[in-house]
Design a protein around this ligand. Structure first.
Ligand SMILES: [Zn+2]
Length: 263
């Protein structure tokens, strides 16, 4: 069994455009599916993935409802777990979080670059408090982003500070911080936070990956790809190249996610 904790897909109508735009902004990455759920599922089958967490992002306050309604639709298919999203500047952000809970979504994704906020900004405190009260999982895009330049808004130091404001599970994407392995090891490894292992293949030096596995422990790691930007089979190659026992690999590939998502 494999659960991919980090994927993206879009409503049919906008899928092609969304994928083209994101590929362009990220420096011409070659998308590994066509942007739709159907296409994601075909590729999951090829790579041996059973369930994918599908992450949407409200890049402006007006998008919140559409993004969350789509996530709820996604959930009708047992192969998918749709996460919602809120925009920190939306006047109804706390209300929308309640609606997310009512829709039955299990978590929310923030992208501090697309949404232009630092994860440890004061204005986020009431939002994190509400999320904690509702018992939602929070996943942050963490570290660098191919489409942006410094300052990055969810560096390991920022996230370390923000973690203290949560009393519900937090996931830091991309091994705790894309392109920041040394800082992740210093500030986040061993903390009360989950890392998804997406977009690590070919970007994460093997020696750092091993250090993070050892220091953070396999109990806190979640397999992820970042489809359509990286394939699950690529991420598996990185994990298989590390010194991890079969038992611990099972935790990473699905058991931790199963527990966290209550599947
Ligand atoms: Zn992603």
């Amino acid at each position: 069994m494999v659960i991919d904790f980090h994927t993206h897909a879009f409503p049919e109508k906008i899928a092609q455009k969304a994928i083209e735009k994101l590929a362009y902004t990220s420096g011409g990455l070659i998308p590994q599916h066509k942007g739709t759920l159907e296409s994601l599922k075909e590729e999951m089958d090829k790579d041996g993935v059973d369930v994918s967490v599908v992450l949407g992002i409200a890049t402006n306050p007006k998008q919140q409802q559409n993004v969350n309604n789509f996530a709820a639709e996604i959930n009708a298919d047992s192969r998918f777990v749709g996460f919602g999203s809120v925009h920190p500047d939306a006047p109804d952000v706390l209300f929308e979080l309640e609606r997310i809970k009512e829709l039955g979504l299990k978590g929310v994704k923030f992208h501090p670059e697309y949404q232009n906020f630092f994860v440890d900004e004061e204005k986020m405190k009431p939002i994190y408090k509400k999320i904690s009260q509702l018992g939602l999982i929070t996943i942050f895009h963490a570290g660098h982003d191919l489409g942006y330049s410094e300052p990055f808004h969810c560096m390991p130091e920022n996230l370390e500070r923000a973690l203290g404001w949560f009393s519900a599970p937090v996931v830091a994407a991309h091994w705790g911080g894309a392109g920041c392995a040394k800082l992740v090891e210093k500030h986040l490894a061993g903390c009360d936070v989950w890392f998804d292992l997406s977009f690590g293949y070919g970007t994460m030096p093997k020696s750092f990956a091993q250090k993070i596995v050892d220091k953070h422990t396999p109990d806190r790691l979640l397999f992820g790809s970042d489809m359509p930007w990286h394939r699950p089979s690529w991420e598996m190659r990185l994990i298989e190249s590390l010194d991890i026992s079969k038992e611990d690999k099972d935790k990473i590939y699905y058991q931790n996610a199963q527990k966290l998502l209550d599947l």
